[in-house]
Design a protein around this ligand. Structure first.
Ligand SMILES: Nc1ncnc2c1ncn2[C@@H]1O[C@H](COP(=O)(O)OP(=O)(O)OP(=O)(O)O)[C@@H](O)[C@H]1O
Ligand SMILES: [Mg+2]
Length: 419
C-alpha cells in the first residue's frame, strides 16, 4: 500500500512538473485579429500617401514564400493582399536574412538587383525594414516601392522606421495576449491537477480508516434498523419513513466505502459461475428502492451462467443502480434486463427514466473523481470500469438529457469461457 501511494505521488509530481513548463509561443501559428489587420492597413495607406509612392506593403514570410499581408489601397498599386512569391532573389528576403534596412534607389542601375521580380511589375526602387516577433523570429517586412528612381529622404526613412516600430508593437501585443492565454490555461491545469492530487491524498488517508472502522458500525446500524422494523408493532408512518431513510443512507455509505477500498486496494479476483437472474433478485431485495421509483425487471429465463467475482459484481451493480435511483429526481422507472448475446455473452442492462447525461459529461463518466453530485465522490463508475476490464467485458452507455440513461454491461458467459 505504502509503495502504491508513493508511486501515485511521484506520478502526480512529474505530471505537475511537466505542466509547470509553459510551452513556447509558436509565432507561426498566431492568428492576427481583424482589429490589428485594420491598424496595419491604415499604416500602409498613410505611408503610401505621405511618401507619394504607388506601393506600401507589409510582407509576411511563410516558410519559403513571401506573402503580401497588407497593401495600400490605390489604383496604381500592382500588389494585392494574398499575392505570394517565392522568396528567391527578392529584396524582402535580403532584409529578413540580414535583419537590416535595404534601400535600392534604382534597381535598373544596380547589378545586384537589376533582375529582381518587382521590375516586371514596373517597380524599380525599394526601401524595406524587417518586422520581428518578440522572440526574434521574422514576421516579414514593411516596405515601400516606387516606379521611378527614389532615394527616400531621411525624413521618409524616419517615418518608415516609426511605422515599423508601431507594427512591431502590435506584434508584441498579439504575442503577449496569446502568452497570457497559455499561462492562464496552464495555471488552470496545474490547479486542477493539484486539486486532484489533494483528493487522492485524502482518499488514501481515509481509505483504511473508513474501510475498517466504519464498516462494522454501519452493519450494526443496518441490523438495528432491520430489528426495529420487526420489533415495533405498530410503528407510525414517520418512524417507518425514518427507518427507511436510515437504511438507504447506510446502503449508500457502504457502497462508498466499498468503492474506496476497491479502487485503492483492489482484492484479487475470485471468480465463480453466477446465475445473474438470481444474483440480481438478491441485490434488488437488499436495496431500499425509494417510493418514487417503479422497478421493472425483464430477466431472460434461458440465460447461461456467467463467470465473475461475485463480490465485485455486487458492487458494480449497486453502483449503477444507485446512480439510476439518484438520476430519478421526480417519479420514474428503473428497468433491469438480462439477455444473451451470441451465446458467448451475458448482458445486463440498467435503464432509468431520470435526468440523463449531458454530452460533455459522457466522455468523462469513468474518470476517477468525476462527479456532478454535491456529495458524490466520482468513484462509482471508475470502479465499474475497472471491474469490466478485469472481466474482459464491455460497457456501453446510452443517454438523452431529460429522458434517461441505459448502462449495458456484457460479461463472458460460461459457454464462452468453456470454449
Ligand atoms: N444513470 C445516470 N443518470 C445521470 N447521470 C449519471 C448516471 N450515472 C452516472 N451519472 C453521472 O456520472 C457521474 C459519475 O458517476 P459515479 O458513479 O462515478 O460518481 P458519483 O455517483 O457522482 O459518486 P459516487 O462515488 O458516490 O458513485 C455522476 O456524478 C453523474 O453525473
Ligand atoms: Mg455513483
Amino acid at each position: 500500500m505504502q509503495k502504491e501511494k508513493s508511486s501515485l505521488y511521484k506520478d502526480n509530481f512529474s505530471e505537475n512538473r511537466d505542466l509547470l513548463m509553459i510551452p513556447e509561443v509558436n509565432s507561426e501559428k498566431l492568428a492576427i485579429s481583424e482589429n490589428f489587420l485594420q491598424k496595419w492597413q491604415n499604416c500602409v495607406n498613410i505611408l503610401a500617401q505621405i511618401i507619394n509612392v504607388p506601393s506600401a506593403l507589409i510582407i509576411k514570410v511563410d516558410s519559403q514564400y513571401l506573402e503580401v499581408f497588407r497593401s495600400n489601397s490605390s489604383s496604381t498599386n500592382p500588389y494585392n493582399i494574398g499575392d505570394r512569391v517565392h522568396w528567391d532573389n527578392h529584396y524582402c528576403k535580403h532584409v529578413i536574412i540580414t535583419r537590416k534596412m535595404l534601400l535600392v534607389p534604382n534597381a535598373l542601375k544596380d547589378k545586384k538587383w537589376d533582375r529582381n521580380p518587382d521590375i516586371e511589375l514596373g517597380m524599380i526602387s525599394y526601401i524595406g525594414l524587417p518586422l520581428l516577433w518578440p522572440n526574434g523570429k521574422a514576421f516579414g517586412t514593411i516596405c515601400v516601392l516606387d516606379n521611378k528612381e527614389n532615394h527616400y529622404s531621411s525624413l521618409y526613412i524616419a517615418l518608415i522606421t516609426q511605422f515599423r516600430e508601431l507594427s512591431e508593437a502590435y506584434l508584441k501585443l498579439i504575442w503577449e495576449k496569446h502568452k497570457l492565454g497559455i499561462v492562464l490555461d496552464t495555471q488552470e491545469k496545474i490547479e486542477h491537477k493539484l486539486f486532484q492530487k489533494e483528493k487522492y491524498a485524502i482518499l488514501g488517508q481515509l481509505t483504511s480508516a473508513l474501510g475498517h472502522e466504519l464498516s462494522n458500525p454501519l452493519t450494526s446500524i443496518k441490523n438495528a434498523a432491520y430489528l426495529l422494523t420487526l420489533v415495533l408493532e405498530n410503528p407510525t408512518m414517520e418512524i417507518r419513513e425514518n427507518l427507511e431513510v436510515l437504511e438507504k443512507e447506510v446502503e449508500t455509505s457502504e457502497t462508498i466505502i466499498r468503492n474506496f477500498l476497491e479502487y485503492t486496494q483492489p482484492k484479487p479476483m475470485k471468480t465463480s459461475k453466477i446465475d445473474i437472474n438470481d444474483f440480481l433478485k438478491k441485490i434488488i431485495s437488499q436495496f431500499g428502492i425509494p417510493k418514487n421509483v417503479e422497478l421493472v425487471t425483464q430477466l431472460d429465463a434461458d440465460i447461461p451462467l456467467l463467470i465473475a467475482d461475485p463480490e465485485k459484481l455486487a458492487l458494480i451493480l449497486r453502483n449503477i443502480i444507485l446512480n439510476a435511483i439518484h438520476a430519478i429526481t421526480d417519479h420514474g422507472q428503473l428497468i433491469i434486463r438480462t439477455g444473451i448475446e451470441n451465446t458467448n455473452w451475458v448482458s445486463i442492462s440498467i435503464t432509468d427514466t431520470g435526468i440523463g447525461i449531458a454530452k460533455k459529461s459522457l466522455t468523462m463518466l469513468y474518470r476517477p473523481l468525476f462527479t456532478t453530485k454535491p456529495k458524490g465522490l466520482g468513484l462509482g463508475l471508475a470502479v465499474v470500469k475497472n471491474f469490466v476490464k478485469a472481466h474482459d467485458g464491455y460497457i456501453e452507455v446510452k443517454s438523452e438529457l431529460g429522458k434517461g440513461s441505459t448502462f449495458i454491461i456484457k460479461l463472458p458467459s460460461e459457454k464462452k469461457e468453456g470454449k
